[in-house]
Design a binder for this molecule. Structure first.
Ligand SMILES: Nc1ncnc2c1ncn2[C@@H]1O[C@H](COP(=O)(O)OP(=O)(O)OP(=O)(O)O)[C@@H](O)[C@H]1O
Length: 269
């Protein structure tokens, strides 16, 4: 959309990366709170253009890892490279440019309740771009269309929306700056199975049409089966196993067996 010199510089970093096919590389990351270590020397790579599903037992640190990657939770050691940029070594301008290239859908949507849907979508635009109100309105209209929301949702407040509409509005906000990478924290939680399947389809379509890379924390077995190229399992403070759904079905780690082949998994069939 808008390609400033700084953005070109940030994009150029992609090609400097030793692993240009990885949009995200996490190495040796340790995170803890007080005496409690949550993640211990964790490694993870996310490939360009893939949908990576992230699963793990409750409290294993999926949200902590996502927040650490986003720079919202401090780590004790390790590196995080996004688009080939080590954010600890980046200048403020470079970091901002990298941030412009990712979008985030937090659990529960995290829309501002005092702003309309349109205003929510425009928050990242106001923060990162200098656009006229007319252009921002046009862009918000496009984002609403992209996520399948009716135009009359633009002037509604989050409290006036259904759960599924809130997820879509949050996704529209995450897409506000035309990101290359989106982080989704449990995007289908709280949706009925039909709403969840529709949301999965939307993510699959967006990946296809926009070439997005998707990092998705989820508990939803249907999403894992239907749209994820690879799945990473968090356990024992690290990525226990990463691979395709077929790899998960063959893996014999007890947690992986009970999650992918346990009673709940068999009920889906
Ligand atoms: N700011 C914090 N201070 C102290 N402990 C924290 C903080 N944030 C997270 N934790 C702890 O880190 C652990 C991992 O939490 P996290 O929310 O990442 O789990 P999760 O895997 O996302 O779980 P769920 O699937 O239930 O959402 C938990 O024990 C949690 O209590």
């Amino acid at each position: 959309m808008i390609d400033t010199q700084e953005e070109q510089m940030a994009r150029a970093g992609d090609h400097n990366s030793e692993h240009a096919e990885n949009v995200l590389s996490v190495r040796g990351v340790t995170v803890g709170f007080g005496s409690k270590v949550i993640l211990d020397k964790l490694d993870l790579d996310v490939r360009r253009g893939e949908v990576l599903g992230f699963v793990g037992g409750s409290g294993t640190g999926k949200s902590v890892l996502m927040r650490t990657i986003l720079g919202l939770t401090p780590r004790r050691s390790g590196t995080v490279e996004v688009f080939g940029h080590d954010l600890d070594r980046s200048s403020e301008a470079e970091r901002k440019m990298v941030e412009r290239r990712w979008g985030v859908l937090f659990q529960q949507g995290a829309l501002f309740s005092s702003l309309t849907v349109k205003q929510n979508i425009q928050v990242p635009m106001r923060e990162h771009l200098d656009l006229s109100p007319k252009l921002m309105d046009e862009l918000a209209t496009l984002k609403l269309e992209l996520v399948g929301l009716p135009q009359d949702a633009a002037d509604k407040f989050p409290s006036e929306l259904s759960g599924g509409m809130i997820k879509r509005a949050s996704l529209a906000r995450a897409l506000a700056l035309d990101p290359d990478l989106v982080f989704l924290d449990e995007p289908t939680s709280g949706l009925d199975p039909i709403g969840a399947a529709a949301f999965d389809q939307l993510i699959a379509n967006l990946r296809e049409t926009l070439g997005l890379t998707v990092y998705m924390v989820t508990h939803d077995l249907d999403s894992l089966h239907s749209i994820c190229d690879r799945i990473a399992v968090l356990g024992e403070k690290r990525v226990l196993v990463i691979g395709t759904i077929d790899d998960m079905m063959k893996n014999d780690h007890p947690w992986v067996v009970s999650y992918f082949r346990g009673e709940r998994a068999l009920r889906r069939i």
